[in-house]
Design a binder for this molecule. Structure first.
Ligand code: CS2
Ligand code: MG
Length: 407
């Protein structure tokens, strides 16, 4: 069996999905997702210009060797662009493997370990009342777990992922062009306000709702430790990215002062970046994505390493992920003995479902993986021709005096 060709499509309904289609001499094809938010043309170019020409003629069934060829074969390797491109190829090869075996990918990994995978949605508000309305709406939709982000008095619309006005929606990507808008941040105001707000939500919604919160890497180690201690009465399911991801030692201080579950890893691109945090048991959830962590092949290894250290999965599932990588993650979620939760924001719009038909379904806050062979998601190429790439950016963050901060 041979890979004969591969095509890359960039675009989608309100998103620049990077979709890879690998074709074979036996008519079976595989799909992959290389979407890297706001940098979409780069993994696409890496695939088209370098990787696709190198894998044509290879046997697509040898997905492990092809992954090693891409990763170890490159002297300058890794980084989010390259890993997203390897990830897309790897997903497509697992899709092909499943289709020729007549089995869904989760069966190739070890089968189903659960009936449905717990997912979480996002709720955000310009203030606490607005946020409470948004949480109530998610519960109404059936979600049992919700990530909550709230405007801070004195800086509405300036927390991470919060709308500027009541009832508005917050979109991370602004398709107005490549020059980012500026949001402001004040750790002092955040630290004074947010613990009380989270406790208030816990009181209002009761003990059963799983509440998650994302700090988006904005606190210093001492502040993060103090914040983690202050939010303990809110009984969070997790506290996400409390400190900048580059400094893994930062978490030690937090761990010494709090038992709040910590989730990290959406910006990690390899097993090596997860290795220390997992082995030293400094985190409770690992947040990698099958796209920019390089595909199912390496993420399966991360999951197994995590399982040895009581770390559960909580894969990244921001809206920038296409239904193809969400399907790849759904198969891992169905199998992983140490599954925790899945961030879930992608399927559901009619346009998206038409472009990527599948019978994966979300019901009662659980994701039910499809039993169709392979990844269980298809791609309508004719429909894809309607969508074009739209340059976008997410905001940058500055302190009130103009100092740059972590987005
Ligand atoms: C976020 C991401 O979903 C999350 O947890 O942290 O949405 C992140 O802001 C985006 O992926 C950035 O592109
Ligand atoms: Mg996050």
């Amino acid at each position: 069996m041979k890979i004969t060709d591969a095509k890359v499509f960039v675009g989608g309904p309100g998103k620049n999905y990077v979709t890879l289609k690998i074709l074979t001499d036996q008519g079976v094809y595989g799909l992959g997702d290389a979407t890297l938010n706001n940098r979409e043309t780069l993994p696409a170019a890496y695939l088209r210009d370098y990787l696709i020409p190198a894998i044509i003629g290879m046997d697509p069934r040898n997905s492990e060797d092809i992954w090693q060829f891409l990763y170890r074969g490159a002297y300058f390797r890794g980084g989010p662009i390259a890993m997203a491109a390897y990830g897309a190829i790897d997903m497509a090869l697992w899709d092909i493997k499943g289709k020729i075996a007549g089995l869904p990918v989760h069966q190739l990994l070890g089968g189903r370990s659960r009936d449905g995978a717990l997912v979480y949605a996002h709720a955000a508000g310009s203030d606490l009342e607005d946020l409470a309305d948004s949480v109530a709406a998610r519960i109404e939709e059936g979600y049992r777990a919700v990530r909550v982000q709230c405007g801070i008095p004195g800086m509405p619309g300036a927390g991470y992922a919060v709308p500027g006005t009541r009832g508005a929606r917050h979109y991370i990507t602004d398709f107005g062009g490549l020059r980012p808008s500026v949001e402001y941040w004040d750790s002092g105001r955040y630290l004074r306000y947010m613990p009380g707000a989270l406790c208030e939500l816990r009181d209002r919604f009761g003990p059963e709702l799983k509440i998650l919160h994302d700090v988006h890497h904005r606190l210093m180690p001492r502040e993060a430790a103090a914040f983690a201690r202050a939010v303990e009465p809110a009984d969070l399911f997790w506290l996400e990215d409390p400190t900048p991801a580059e400094d893994q030692d930062a978490l030690r201080l937090l761990r010494q002062h709090s038992t709040v579950p910590v989730a990290i890893g959406e910006v990690f691109q390899s097993l090596w970046q997860c290795n220390r945090l997992i082995k030293q048991e400094l985190i409770d959830f690992i947040r990698v994505a099958v796209t920019y962590a390089g595909g199912i092949t390496p993420v399966r290894r991360i999951v197994d390493l995590a399982g040895m250290h009581h770390v559960r999965t909580g894969f990244h599932g921001a809206p920038s992920h296409s239904p193809v990588s969400m399907a790849a993650q759904a198969h891992l979620n169905a199998w992983a003995p140490n599954f925790g939760i899945q961030e879930y924001l992608v399927l559901g719009t009619a346009e998206c479902d038409a472009l990527f038909p599948s019978d994966h379904r979300m019901e009662g806050g659980l994701f039910h993986v499809s039993d169709a062979p392979g990844l269980g998601v298809d791609f309508d190429e004719a429909l894809a021709a309607r969508y074009v790439y739209a340059p976008g950016s997410h905001p940058v963050v500055r302190l009130e005096d103009g100092t740059m901060w972590d987005y």
